[in-house]
Write a protein that binds this ligand. Sequence first.
Ligand code: NAP
Length: 295
Amino acid sequence: MTAKLISGTEVAKAIREELTAEVTELKGKHNIVPGLVTILVGEDPASQSYVAAKNKTAHALGIYSEQVTLDPDTSEKELLELVDKYNNDPKINGILVQLPLPKHINEANVLYAIDPDKDVDGFHPVNVGKMVLGEKCFLPCTPHGILELLTRSGVETSGAEVVIIGRSNIVGKPIANLMLQKREAGNATITLCHTRTKDMAAHCRRADIIIAAVGVPKMVTADMVKDGVAIIDVGVNRIGKASNGKAILAGDVDFDAVKEKASCITPVPGGVGPMTITMLMKNTVQAAKMAANLI
Ligand code: NAP
């Protein structure tokens, strides 16, 4: 079997078109322009490119965006004051503080200071708690994107054996929680694996769906999966540099070998990555509607 490609680029494009229409309608009918601010502390090149991509996408969709870049030695107090300023700025519906922050700043203090109604990354404990309870909230962007990829690609999750590798707060734990809920792209039976898991291959071999969010290139090999499995590869690993200086990326799944056994698979790049930014935009539009009592 050669797997059907689940193109995050294509799915993200479709969602962005829907969002553009929604933003146009918000402006035309209600004179509302959703607003996003991204805050970057320091000069990490990967973070700079993520933040630039987020602002560029916001702009393309008609979302107002501000990009704030702070010195690497900005104090936690100064950052908290800036967050507070945007918490009280009616033009801004979504606040995104790019992670990781420099070591002298306590990440939790900053993330918890964001107004939960503007927490478009979905990392505030209020939103995490609501997500676990299945209440309306901002879903974290990468897991939200995975749900959309599964739904829009017609992957059946109800009753499926889903093996998730990786238990981070931003991917593994939330996607496990979401897929066990009684919801679209949910109702699955979940196994969550990590470094202490005894026999990872045995778990993977009985999976109908594998979601790999590990950060180890090509860790999931063909001998670890059953025929017909659906694969969502979240991993983004830089494994070298091309002659043009661009990073060569690999996922957590050995794509070339596993695609011969899988029914469908996401590529890296072009799989989960484009969905993450798109779901940030979706959350920003949702925040603007919530602020105007439209939902
Ligand atoms: P993370 O916080 O580093 O967590 C990695 C998880 O994988 C941990 O739970 C760890 O287990 C587990 N793990 C690591 N090595 C393992 C091994 N050999 N066997 C079993 N489990 C192992 O990572 P993350 O933030 O979730 O990111 C994971 C990957 O996804 C990275 O490549 C990241 O770049 C990528 N990512 C992509 C997007 C996107 O939009 N495309 C978004 C987020 C992340 P322990 O808990 O036991 O240490």
